[in-house]
Design a protein around this ligand. Structure first.
Ligand SMILES: NC(=O)c1ccc[n+]([C@@H]2O[C@H](COP(=O)([O-])OP(=O)(O)OC[C@H]3O[C@@H](n4cnc5c(N)ncnc54)[C@H](O)[C@@H]3O)[C@@H](O)[C@H]2O)c1
Length: 433
């Protein structure tokens, strides 16, 4: 089966490599020439564990290649996966500009039957719009549009793609369903559940899933904030809650609020979609509101600990990416916190194991970029752990303390034990403990 993946970001690249691994012949295309140049040289434009090996293996086998010739890739392949970005627009809806540009390109170059599989996260009704746009531009074209949302997590994307919890295939076409099932047939062997449904339901599944996970995070953050007021330990609370199979322990980790390229924009998009249809989604609105407040609370914690005024203070920041094992900083709480610290007159020195290049694109010369966690502590009035990279879990506390101006440690991920931190001489603050 010949496949083209349009868009080689976190999802497109993993999809391309993963489908090649399933035995498909895959061409990955992108409009950004530098990205494709890098990929053709065998370099990854993103940090994603395990992806380089998978890419090299499949390029060597001749099943995977990269190109900027999008028209040719559209004409030469049967299945066209759309994996372009769908960021928020200014009022919180999904900005479908990139998707529709790619769709126009398909309409211009469609030569015989195609399956157009939408992997990007798109609002309910988008598949229908894609069908209308192509039919208008190319009235004689034969094609089906499948909604095939992706659930991979950055940081474990390869594993998630090769061993997903489920595959969702949304279309009314028998032919397209058969082709999609064929593509994912290696997953039958490992008994992955398939959900075959219509486009609208498939589109909704993705938003409903992400918003639910975001809701769990906002919920435990709210519980954590109440715990702080009543002297309870949210960790014990969350653990005990998670032992109930109906609740499950996953996504019950209090922290600085959710970030990344999906949860914030997807919750906003579902809220926006509901509003557009005349429904007031009170719960989703609260999920978003609690999250915004949580990020601000982290800044307040730091401010309070350094004596109520951030002006002139030096803050060391550990972790910039929105979670460990990725260089993705889109809507990272760390970025939010650092911006607020700078606005309040503080200086920031930050370290992240993978996201320093991305951080520079945001802050340029406004912060200092240091080489490791210990350097981030040098002369600092407070050290703030923003991302729970493994290498921040076992830091030499005495070494940190001797380097700092004052031993204030704000642990927004609750990585460290409050008692041990206090025994080590730190003024420690976590979340909900
Ligand atoms: N990142 C995730 O963890 C994740 C997980 C599941 C779903 N998704 C969804 O998948 C989609 C892609 O997300 P991402 O994080 O990979 O985005 P990304 O920004 O990393 O990648 C998008 C790529 O598409 C390219 N592109 C944009 N317009 C194009 C066009 N017209 N033709 C060719 N290439 C084009 C861009 O240059 C970029 O390389 C989004 O809808 C997102 O919500 C993301």
């Amino acid at each position: 089966m010949r496949i083209c993946v349009i868009g080689t970001g976190y999802v497109g690249l993993v999809t391309g490599c993963g489908l090649a691994e399933f035995g498909m012949k895959v061409t990955c295309v992108d409009k950004v020439v530098e990205k494709i140049d890098m990929l053709q040289r065998g370099e990854l434009p993103i940090y994603e564990p395990g992806l380089k090996d998978l890419m090299e293996k499949n390029v060597t086998s001749g099943r995977l290649k990269f190109s900027t010739n999008i028209p040719e890739a559209i004409r030469n392949n049967l299945v066209l996966f759309l994996a372009v970005g769908t960021p928020s627009d200014e009022d919180g809806g999904a900005d479908l500009r990139h998707l529709f540009t790619a769709v126009e390109e398909i309409a211009e170059n469609i030569n015989d039957y195609k399956v157009i599989a939408i992997k990007s996260t798109v609002p309910v009704g988008t598949a229908k719009q894609v069908i209308q746009r192509i039919s208008k531009r190319a009235p004689d074209a034969t094609f089906d549009v499948v909604s095939n949302p992706e659930f991979l997590r950055e940081g474990s994307a390869v594993e998630d793609f090769l061993h997903p919890n489920r595959v969702v295939i949304g279309t009314n076409s028998k032919q397209a369903t058969a082709i999609m099932k064929d593509i994912y047939s290696p997953l039958y062997l490992i008994e992955t559940p398939f959900v075959i449904t219509n486009n609208e339901t498939a589109e909704m599944i993705k938003y409903a899933s992400n918003t639910f996970l975001a809701a769990k995070i906002s919920y435990i953050n709210e519980v954590a904030n109440i715990c702080e007021l009543v002297g309870a330990d949210v960790h014990v609370v969350a653990r005990a809650m998670g032992l109930d199979g109906r609740i499950s322990r996953k996504f019950l980790h209090p922290g600085p609020g959710f970030g990344g390229s999906c949860f914030p924009k997807d919750t906003r998009a579902l809220y926006h979609l509901a509003k557009k249809k005349g429904y007031d989604p009170v719960m989703i609105s609260s999920v978003i509101h609690v999250n915004e407040r949580q990020k601000r609370r982290m800044v307040e914690k730091i401010k309070r600990r350094v004596g109520g005024d951030l002006n002139g203070k030096l803050i060391g920041v550990l972790g910039v990416s929105f979670k460990p094992n990725t260089d993705d900083i889109r809507e990272s709480p760390a970025i939010f916190v650092m911006k607020k610290l700078l606005e309040a007159g503080a200086s920031v020195q930050a370290f992240d194991p993978a996201a320093m290049k991305e951080a520079r694109k945001v802050f340029h010369e406004a912060i200092s970029y240091v080489e490791d966690a210990y350097e981030a502590a040098n002369g600092a009035d407070a050290l703030v752990l923003m991302t729970e990279w493994n290498q921040f879990r076992g830091l030499d506390l005495q070494e940190l303390k001797t380097r700092m101006r004052s031993p204030i440690f704000v642990d927004t991920r609750n990585v460290y034990d409050p008692q041990k931190m206090e025994q080590a001489g730190f003024i420690y603050e976590g979340v909900g403990r």
